[in-house]
Design a protein around this ligand. Structure first.
Ligand SMILES: CC(C)(COP(=O)(O)OP(=O)(O)OC[C@H]1O[C@@H](n2cnc3c(N)ncnc32)[C@H](O)[C@@H]1OP(=O)(O)O)[C@@H](O)C(=O)NCCC(=O)NCCS
Length: 210
């Protein structure tokens, strides 16, 4: 059976966390960089199954989740929801490890824990361009077969259905493959966007896709 795109559910949590880990190093695996492999997913995937104003779709190949697109309709609401419910228990759990020499943290673990301790808010320029943001990650076995384009199409359709007119995303500036993909799909830098931030309007998407 061909893979399908379906809404993400909480039952997908461990699959999403794993895909996040396997793509978190500028698009490639970060398994070897962590002694705490749950960290990337806890920051960049699982909030989208648990917080307000979020949505998600997965690429499901015969029961195996092999990719996802996740995002927030309203990034400020998402940030507030995370401040209230997501970061506090993670800060309490992971924060003390930064000062525990027995924790044997890697440099990447430290970077991610510091992100948990002080997750950066989206800039005013990003919010001026769009309230919504998204992430997309697909396992290597399913890359470059058109699924990324289909997942983004589903994401933008979902935004349109919810009266959201544009969306932005952030990428590691070393991830030139992702930049080429987004550029091919019509995403662009916008006014005030920092390096690695691109966006598209629903209108531009529809014009570009024709
Ligand atoms: C980046 C990613 C989402 C792209 O998805 P994909 O399924 O591989 O891409 P698709 O096959 O749908 O490609 C869509 C279009 O982009 C183009 N494209 C994709 N990757 C490209 C690349 N590296 N260079 C140039 N063009 C590229 C394709 O040629 C295709 O063009 P077409 O539809 O006009 O023929 C996927 O490769 C991935 O998850 N990579 C690892 C994780 C990652 O980097 N995520 C993004 C983090 S910001």
């Amino acid at each position: 059976m061909a893979p399908i795109i379906r809404p993400a559910t909480k039952a997908d949590q461990s699959a999403l966390s794993n895909i996040c880990l396997l793509t978190a190093n500028a698009g490639t695996s970060s398994e070897h960089l962590h002694s705490l492999p749950a960290l990337p997913g806890l920051i960049y995937a699982l909030p989208y199954l648990n917080l307000e104003s979020t949505w998600g779709f997965v690429l499901d190949d015969d029961g195996q989740v092999v990719g996802y697109t996740l995002g927030a309709f309203d990034t400020r609401k998402f940030e507030e929801s995370a401040e209230a419910d997501w970061w506090p228990p993670l800060k309490a759990h992971y924060g003390p490890l930064l000062h525990d020499s027995d924790a044997a943290l890697t440099a990447a673990d430290r970077t991610y824990i510091n992100t948990i301790m002080n997750f950066p808010r989206a800039s005013d320029a990003m919010m001026a361009f769009a309230p919504a943001h998204l992430h997309i990650d697909i396992l290597p076995s399913h890359q470059r077969q058109g699924w990324g384009r289909k997942l983004i199409a589903r994401a933008i359709e979902n935004l349109k259905e919810n009266a959201v007119k544009s969306v932005w995303l952030g990428m590691d500036t070393r991830n030139t493959e992702a930049a080429a993909f987004y550029g091919r799909l019509g995403f662009k830098r916008f006014e005030g966007a920092e390096d690695g931030i691109m966006g598209i309007t629903v209108q531009e998407w529809e014009n570009h896709a024709i």
